[in-house]
Design a protein around this ligand. Structure first.
Ligand SMILES: NC(=O)C1=CN([C@@H]2O[C@H](COP(=O)(O)OP(=O)(O)OC[C@H]3O[C@@H](n4cnc5c(N)ncnc54)[C@H](O)[C@@H]3O)[C@@H](O)[C@H]2O)C=CC1
Ligand SMILES: O=C(O)[C@H]1O[C@H](OP(=O)(O)OP(=O)(O)OC[C@H]2O[C@@H](n3ccc(=O)[nH]c3=O)[C@H](O)[C@@H]2O)[C@H](O)[C@@H](O)[C@@H]1O
Length: 523
């Protein structure tokens, strides 16, 4: 699907004139301004269709949990989640769900077989549904125009065409996937060009803001639900139908409606803001390491300012996950396409800083280990991109292991939730036939943190799993089994340095000065 980039995001339909914004000096939005920004629900309380059957295309990290919660909260609505991947659907129908997410098992069990169904019968589910969520993957393109930046909208387009070909009754089609601004327009063109006579499509944008590891609580208590629609009577009616579904458990005041392009862009913007905070704190962590300041203290001090707030200020080895990098690169591409190179460069820097952080942490490890890793054993604690998920997409641990391999280190990996097969897949270079045997000479997967650390020169904490805290693991036992001097590199600020030093460890923590800069008087 190609984006019609020439048309600016503002859209070309009637919008309220902005006038002077009535925003008070402290930045808070006045009630009048709030009414203008989010069309209050009373305003779209017009006759609208009651949804009886929902289809969700894509049973992944978003489609699965989101529509399972929708089914749980709307027992009278039939929800069918479909996917082309038969193995994934089989897992959704078993006791071993395909994704690990706290609380998800209970949610699925409550509705599965009652009004929640997982199926590979994509066509049937599309034909029967009144409302269809498109929740398919939108990865970064690897080849062709925009490679490395633009989102690959091939899956969205395929799903859209399938809906267009199959639909014999009116459908509300909801963009749940994260997409570039104005994708809804491309979807509309495809749907209308292929619609059977008399079949009407309304398109909504309803981006998802859940974070992995907390998906269920995020879905049950969202900060907001965003619905973008065309500012026409039909568009508003479609938005009202979707809003009714969420209103089964989300207060109406938190269901925000706006124009469809604002909604699409808000999703990219929210992820960009969040990632920007992490890159900002990580940039400061480098200054802390060089000066003797402590990044946790700096973020605490800054976070107490109510204008800044405390969340997303935890320094780390770098952010991972399937979306931050992808969505920022997408924003960079959009900015370039709109001939806004300075804007593109601004956001690009957030990703560059993240890469720098991973490299910088690796360099610190190498220099602490006497400038060589050859033949040394490094124990990696955590392979998931964050705690409470088995997802490894863009996990910083993958990058670190690749750097360690290049330095000829021996690596032993332990993660409580990531499947062994996933780790091998992440570490193999695609297309290199004998990569796995070579890889397995250098890398092993351990059954526990203790096993990973046995005879290791260093432990590197890559994921902030609770079980890696020094109150949970027996670090004396770990120390006894390691080569000396025994190093521990905390890339997640989860350890109590003083306690570990007392055991005998040499501790290096991200955002805190290394041994040479430490002044015991101030510790
Ligand atoms: N993972 C996350 O936490 C979040 C992801 N998002 C966005 O949601 C979208 C989906 O992300 P994930 O669920 O993580 O992806 P995923 O890769 O886990 O799931 C997508 C699923 O769609 C299926 N699929 C693709 N085309 C299909 C078709 N034509 N018919 C049936 N099934 C099809 C794939 O087989 C796959 O199982 C992406 O745009 C992502 O950016 C948004 C918020 C959070
Ligand atoms: O669009 C998406 O996919 C989602 O992306 C993120 O969710 P997610 O990637 O699942 O997890 P986050 O909690 O945001 O963490 C992302 C990465 O940043 C890291 N992080 C997070 C917070 C922090 O203070 N420091 C930090 O390094 C995490 O360890 C992780 O590697 C957003 O938080 C969600 O709102 C959004 O819906």
């Amino acid at each position: 699907m190609s984006l019609n980039i020439k048309v600016p995001c503002a859209g070309n339909f009637a919008r309220p004139t902005l006038g002077a914004p009535q925003v008070p000096r402290d930045g808070a939005v006045t009630p009048a301004e709030k009414r203008r920004l989010s069309r209050p629900f009373e305003a779209i309380n017009i006759p609208h269709k009651k949804i009886k059957k929902i289809c969700c295309i894509g049973a992944g990290y978003v489609g699965g949990p989101t529509c399972s919660v929708i089914a749980m909260k709307n027992p009278n609505v039939q929800v069918t989640i479909v996917d082309l991947n038969a193995q994934r659907i089989e897992s959704w129908n078993s006791d071993e769900l395909p994704i690990y997410e706290p609380g998800l098992d209970e949610v699925v069990k409550e509705s599965r077989g009652r009004n929640l169904f997982f199926s590979t019968g994509v066509d049937q589910a599309i034909i029967e549904a009144d409302l269809i969520f498109v929740s398919v993957n939108t990865p970064t393109k690897y080849t062709g125009i925009g490679a490395g930046y633009a989102a690959d909208l091939g899956y969205v387009e395929a799903a859209t065409r399938q809906i267009a070909w199959l639909a014999t009754s009116d459908k509300i089609v909801v963009e749940k996937s994260t997409v570039p601004c104005r994708t809804a327009q491309s979807m509309r063109v495809i749907l209308e060009a292929n619609a059977k006579p008399g079949v009407r499509f309304d398109i909504l944008s309803n981006p998802e803001f859940l974070a992995e590891g907390t998906a269920i609580s995020d879905l049950i208590k969202p900060d907001r639900v965003l619905i973008g629609s065309l500012d026409t009577e039909e568009g508003r009616a479609a938005a009202a139908s979707l809003a009714d579904i969420y209103a089964s458990w989300v207060p109406r005041g938190q269901i925000i409606t706006m124009n469809v392009w604002s909604s699409e862009l808000s999703k990219l913007a929210a992820n960009a803001f969040l990632a920007q905070r992490i890159s900002s704190i990580n940039a400061l962590s480098a200054i802390c390491e060089a000066t003797g300041a402590d990044i946790d203290e700096v973020s605490y001090a800054c976070g107490l300012d109510s204008r800044i707030g405390p969340k997303f200020l935890k320094a780390s080895v770098g952010f991972g996950g399937s979306c931050f990098q992808k969505d920022i690169l997408n924003l960079v591409y959009l900015s370039e396409s709109l001939h806004l190179p300075e804007v593109a460069q601004y956001w690009r820097q957030v990703v560059d800083m993240n890469e720098y952080q991973k490299r910088r942490f690796t360099n610190r490890i190498i220099s602490s280990l006497f400038n060589t890793l050859t033949g040394k054993k490094i124990a990696i604690f955590g392979f998931a991109f964050k705690k409470d998920t088995g997802d490894t997409r863009e996990s910083p641990a993958i990058t670190l292991v690749k750097y360690f391999r290049a330095e000829k280190a021996l690596v032993s990996i332990y993660d409580p939730k990531v499947e062994e097969s996933q780790i091998w897949m992440d570490l193999c270079e695609p297309g290199i036939v004998d990569d796995l045997p070579a890889l397995q000479k250098q890398v092993s997967i351990a059954a526990s943190a203790y096993q990973a650390a046995e005879k290791a020169d260093a432990v590197v904490i890559c994921t902030e799993w609770e079980e890696f805290k020094d109150t949970r693991l027996d670090y004396e036992q770990i120390y006894d089994g390691m080569k000396k001097p025994a190093f521990i590199f905390d890339g997640r600020l989860v350890l109590n340095e003083k306690r570990l030093k007392k055991i005998g460890f040499k501790v290096e923590t991200i955002g805190r000065p290394g041994e040479s800069l430490r002044n015991p008087e101030f510790e």
